[in-house]
Design a protein around this ligand. Structure first.
Ligand SMILES: Nc1ncnc2c1ncn2[C@@H]1O[C@H](COP(=O)(O)OP(=O)(O)OP(=O)(O)O)[C@@H](O)[C@H]1O
Ligand SMILES: [Mg+2]
Length: 320
């Protein structure tokens, strides 16, 4: 078990995970023969659509592994009948704290991938001022019943999140965040005081360096440990590392044939948090994160290759 988290493991895993963040419809056109110019149309036989954004991927991974999981997000009414939202609902993720906006459409990203590169177009007006959701009575109810809150969003600007986060922390929830690549948030002088409220933060290598101004990943991780209890840095094919009691714990990843790295970081978060809620030691949480992150790179998006609990156990053994 991660130190200083004295608690009954069963109440932790029973109360489970609440994931808060942005939900997207991701429409991906890939294997394009060329990128169209203005006025042109290009056709491709390769197309996929799936729930996108950190919220969906992290929640889907944790839920499929058996962690009771609740999602809190804002979507349009158009989401209700969509296959992307249905995937979330059918995974057993509780959506009772979600807001269904009557006027705005669900956030959507169209991605065009050609020869290893890609371009994206996003419409996400619905995600403005998402932090206001935290004050809704239905959301408060969901949060009261959870053990851990994971924020899968940019926290923009950090000071707007402070009061709500402090309150939740005082109520006994443990909290983590994955802000993604958002330099104005990562480099904000207001971020460190928010990080003090967090059990974990999950940056990748460039995000950890941007958050601290450090040149090496080890220095960045140690700097983060001055505010976050256990910083966890994702290192792509090199696995991940964390800082516990001032010492760096490194964990390699499994070898895979990577096809699309989108969402691998969010899948890592889901695997890691599943381990945390099950009361596993930090090393095992890192192994679980690495396996889920690595598998996510083998399919399109972050949630097309989620392991079962059994498969996760088997693959984690390879990392011992
Ligand atoms: N090619 C790979 N081989 C093995 N494991 C991988 C590979 N790519 C990613 N992983 C695993 O997935 C984790 C997350 O990947 P990465 O470091 O790319 O996160 P990220 O940059 O936050 O991703 P995202 O695009 O989702 O934001 C890594 O820490 C590692 O465990
Ligand atoms: Mg990431």
């Amino acid at each position: 078990m991660i130190p200083n988290m004295a608690s009954s493991t069963s109440s932790r895993s029973d109360r489970g995970l609440v994931v808060f963040g942005e939900f997207f419809f991701d429409l991906v056109f890939y294997d394009l023969p060329t990128i169209p110019r203005m006025g042109e149309e290009v056709k491709t036989a390769s197309f996929a659509r799936f729930p996108g954004g950190g919220l969906a991927t992290t929640a889907l991974v944790a839920a499929q592994l058996g962690t009771p999981t609740k999602a809190i997000t804002r979507v349009g009414r158009d989401a209700l009948r969509s296959q992307e939202w249905q995937r979330v609902v059918k995974s057993g993720i509780s959506t009772g704290g979600c807001e269904f906006d009557a006027h705005l459409p669900t956030a959507i990203t169209v991605c065009a991938a050609c020869e290893g590169d890609r371009m994206m177009i996003t419409h996400d007006r619905i995600n403005a001022k998402l932090e206001r959701l935290l004050a809704r009575p239905s959301v408060q109810k969901q949060l009261r019943s959870g053990w851990h809150l994971h924020l899968a969003c940019a926290l923009r600007p950090p000071q707007l999140w402070m009061a709500a986060i402090r309150k939740l922390r005082k109520r006994g929830l443990t909290i983590s965040a994955d802000c993604g690549w958002n330099p104005e948030v990562l480099e904000s002088p207001r971020l460190p005081s928010l990080l003090k409220e967090f059990e974990f933060v999950f940056p990748n290598e460039s995000e950890a360096k941007a958050m601290t101004g450090a040149k090496t990943i080890e220095v960045a991780a140690r700097n983060l440990a001055r505010s976050v209890r256990v910083p966890v840095v994702k290192l792509g094919r090199d696995g991940s590392l964390a800082v516990r009691d001032g010492r760096i714990v490194r964990m390699k990843s499994i070898r895979v044939r990577a096809m699309d790295a989108t969402g691998s970081g969010d899948a890592f978060d889901g695997g890691f948090l599943h381990g945390y809620l099950a009361g596993w030691p930090l090393e095992e949480c890192l192994r679980a994160g690495n396996v889920c992150g690595a598998l996510a790179t083998t399919g399109a998006g972050g949630s097309s290759a989620i392991p079962t609990a059994d498969k996760l156990r088997k693959l984690m053994k390879k990392l011992r």
